[in-house]
Design a protein around this ligand. Structure first.
Ligand code: SAM
Ligand code: SF4
Length: 336
């Protein structure tokens, strides 16, 4: 029997599955979760590691080779190393990365690497302790910086730092972050703030298009050039200051979407396949787990609903209607 590949109706081949292992988190970043009142999935609604590995096995047979573990905060889930080990032994899986806020990473980097983790993306929206604490509502930036050192020691490289830019909040640190790449082998990725799950006026006030980063580079008179050799950079448009060890990247899903080359699917902690981050469509794998043919068909059905473009930019235009229903899940409930 020929096993179908994950190609959608626009001809996009899907090789990348982002898996949210939990919707819970030890932080409450201002752009991601409210300070209070978050309701989390009961534990029995969350996929077990065995169930996740089963989905990955079937997806790998259809062409998925890259996995990212995310959340919520993936490191609040017990023994994540065990899941990493289970996934790394699945034939066809070539790359397993982790997106984390880094708070619990320092003491676990080496064990995660041993279990088969290839790389990490660490969220770090400010280098200033007070501001970091304000953005994350309580986080300690020192723990994140220690984790970066631990990842270097463990060989979890190249390390990517995710910086969500917010107008008037952290845009005055663009220069500091880019300067950091001069002597450190890191890839700092500036990310546009997306209107996921809470497209209110607060988002519009804080949203900043990433053209701002290039304008700052010009004003600084920096000599920088495109950099194409950053491993696993996905939609990031990468640059390097002349002579720098590290690089910086721009991820601009709102101002300039990269849907044409989208190769990713998502699996939420409560078991839904989501073909697009922004839309409401979702498919519950628990309905078919144990029946590989039915799960494969579910993947194909999910791809069948995948839009050509997420249309997030329409949120910026007054009165402009999207052709789809935006998801009401938050980023932490989907797996950013
Ligand atoms: N807790 C982990 C972390 O913070 O890295 C993983 C989950 S978090 C939802 C994944 C990524 O999504 C983080 O880099 C975070 O900064 C980003 N993110 C969350 N909400 C966002 C939003 N509204 N717009 C852009 N990025 C967002
Ligand atoms: Fe938690 Fe990550 Fe969301 Fe921050 S961005 S609240 S660390 S899930």
């Amino acid at each position: 029997m020929t096993i179908p590949r994950l190609v959608d109706s626009f001809g996009r081949q899907h090789e990348y599955l982002r898996i949210s292992v939990t919707d819970r988190c030890n932080l409450r970043c201002v752009y991601c979760m409210p300070e209070e009142g978050m309701e989390f999935e009961p534990t029995d609604k969350v996929l077990t590691y065995e169930e996740i590995a089963d989905v990955v096995r079937v997806a790998a047979g259809m062409g998925i080779s890259k996995i990212r573990l995310t959340g919520g905060e993936p490191l609040v889930r017990k023994e994540l190393e065990k899941l990493v080990g289970m996934i790394s032994s699945i034939p066809g899986i070539e790359d397993i990365s982790l997106t984390t806020n880094g708070v619990f990473l320092a003491s676990r980097a080496a064990r995660l690497k041993e279990a088969g983790l290839t790389r990490v993306n660490i969220s770090l929206d400010s280098l200033r302790p007070d501001r970091f604490k304000m953005i994350t509502r309580g986080g300690n930036v020192k723990k994140v910086l220690d984790s970066i050192d631990a990842c270097v020691k463990a060989g979890l490289t190249p390390i990517k730092l995710n910086v969500v830019l917010m107008k008037g909040i952290n845009d005055d640190e663009i220069i500091d972050f880019i300067t950091m790449t001069q002597d450190n082998d890191i890839n700092v990725r500036f990310i546009e703030y997306m209107p996921i799950g809470h497209s209110d006026s607060r988002w519009k006030n804080l949203y900043l298009p990433l053209t701002e980063v290039k304008e700052i580079c010009e004003r600084q008179n920096w000599d920088y050039e495109p950099s194409s050799n950053v491993k696993g950079s996905g939609p990031s448009e990468n640059y390097r200051l002349k002579g720098a060890i590290g690089s910086f990247g721009l991820i601009h899903p709102v101002s300039e979407h990269f849907c044409k080359s989208c190769n990713r699917l998502r699996l939420t902690a409560d078991g839904f396949i989501k073909p697009c981050l922004a839309w409401t469509e979702q498919f519950q794998v628990r309905d078919v787990l144990g029946d590989d043919d039915a799960l494969r068909q579910m993947f194909l059905d999910a791809l069948g609903t995948k839009p050509e473009n997420h249309e997030m930019s329409k949120f910026l235009l007054a009165g402009s209607k999207t052709t789809y229903t935006p998801t009401n899940r938050r980023m932490s409930q989907i797996g950013g």
